[in-house]
Design a binder for this molecule. Structure first.
Ligand code: ADP
Ligand code: ASP
Ligand code: MG
Length: 411
């Protein structure tokens, strides 16, 4: 008998038939004597529609009310799944985030979980009941509904697994595991049997949306055993594990891409202490996440060009922060390019193996793809390229690092 948290993403609960099929899967686990806690997403497409309505009704972004609206998708699936379980004779009950409560900070739209009260869930589990919890939502310090950011149900599931000391957290989605790259764009992508937390963290933060980055970070911190698998098949999934659980490390385990980046270049920024602090401090105050940064050499000893990237959705806000700063900091102007993408190669094996970056640069050069910005960490090399070349670059790198599967198509 095990205590398992099972999370079902949007496509897994996309319609009534899918919800019924998920209920059957849950019943099998419960009938086998396991304690099962289920976390659900909104039905596929629902969160996008709800977000659309909040922008259609007004130009104003009233963050707490936005959360009231977008959290509702998960409420619907929790109730429907609970009904489907009853229909199969399973004792189930759903809660909303505030009823548990799932406590978060007050940052609407990207709230962080601070504490989960598990007493009632534990009692229900002891009685053999199945607990159904809506992902993505919580309650802030002032008792208002909060949401955790797109893809946040993964984080809800992992946080709950940690709080309940669950034996496993199974993330059910529409692919049967973590692949060497997005199987939707590379038919030869291979399923990875085991991936380290560190690699999964880099893959997710560099764009592999199969898991939300924060969910992986949380799993790593609390040692939650995480598994990614499909709700559409019974194929074995991918286990996210500690490094010492992998016998032979690949040099490069996967390729991630993030298509929605924007590049900003500030021209002739004064080359003196404090300027970068003022620019990036103002962007941080506006909650804009800056990713890659390069400062070019000074030609005249007085001024320099500074290039950085942000998410494309943050571009308008970034340019308005920079417009306000221009007078104070005296840079001459700035250029914004919203047609860039980031491609990253990830692997813990590159710590001990030189030449990974060289292969990357050479492969891109052979395809005539220009590299605009480079950034590295111990286990990752990322490059910024024109977004038109994203798929070409990912496919070429996948082949160059020997990741192609011998049999085409998803396994
Ligand atoms: P869910 O709605 O179940 O949370 P998501 O759409 O958030 O599902 O994540 C699953 C998707 O992640 C897949 O359909 C796939 O296209 C994408 N994906 C991106 N990179 C990878 C990868 N390396 N391995 C597997 N899936 C990936
Ligand atoms: N429904 C939310 C979203 O679409 C949360 C999730 O699915 O994880 O982002
Ligand atoms: Mg997701």
């Amino acid at each position: 008998m095990a205590r398992i948290v099972q999370k079902f993403g949007g496509t897994s609960v996309a319609d009534i038939d899918r919800i019924r099929s998920v209920a059957k899967r849950i019943k099998c686990y419960a009938d086998a004597g396991n304690e099962v806690v289920v976390v659900v997403s909104a039905m596929a497409g629902v969160t996008n529609q709800l977000i659309g309505w909040t922008s259609e009704i007004s130009k104003l972004h009233v963050a707490p009310e936005y959360d009231v609206v977008v959290a509702s998708g998960e409420q619907v699936t929790s109730g429907l799944l609970s009904i489907a379980l009853h229909d199969l004779g399973v004792d189930a009950r759903s809660w909303l985030g505030w009823q548990i409560p799932f406590r978060t900070d007050g940052v609407h739209g990207t709230a962080r979980i601070s504490q989960i009260e598990t007493t009632e869930i534990e009692q229900r589990l002891k009685q053999g009941h199945v607990a159904v919890i809506p992902g993505f939502q919580g309650v802030g310090p002032n008792n208002r509904v909060t949401t955790l950011g797109r893809g946040g149900s993964d984080t809800s599931a992992v946080a709950l697994a940690a709080a309940l000391c669950a034996d496993r957290c199974d993330i059910y989605t529409d692919v049967d595991g973590v692949y060497t790259t997005d199987p939707r764009i590379v038919a030869k992508a291979r399923k990875i049997e085991r991936i380290t937390y560190e690699e999964m963290l880099e893959m997710a933060s560099q764009g592999a949306k199969v898991l939300q980055t924060r969910a992986v970070a949380l799993a790593m911190r609390h040692g939650v055993r995480l598994q990614v698998l499909s709700s559409f098949s019974d194929a074995p999934g991918t286990l996210v594990v500690k490094e010492d659980e992998i016998v032979e490390q690949q040099i490069v385990s996967g390729i991630a891409y993030s298509p929605d980046e924007a590049k900003i270049t500030l021209r002739r920024v004064k080359d003196r202490p404090g300027v970068a602090g003022a620019i990036f401090g103002s962007l941080a105050d506006a909650a804009i996440n800056v990713d890659m940064i390069v400062q070019n050499v000074t030609e005249d000893g007085e001024t320099t060009d500074l290039t950085f990237t942000v998410s494309r959705v943050d571009l308008d806000r970034t340019t308005s922060v920079l417009d306000d700063l221009r007078g104070d900091l005296g840079f001459s102007d700035f250029l914004a390019d919203p047609t860039v993408a980031k491609v990253s190669v990830v692997g813990v094996g590159m710590r001990s193996q030189p030449g990974v970056a060289k292969t990357m640069f050479q492969t891109l050069a052979d395809r005539g793809i220009n590299i605009q910005v480079i950034s590295t960490s111990e286990i990752k090399v990322s490059v910024l390229i024109a977004s038109d070349y994203t798929e070409l670059a990912v496919r070429a790198l996948h082949t160059a690092y020997g990741l192609d599967s011998q049999t085409a198509g998803m396994t």
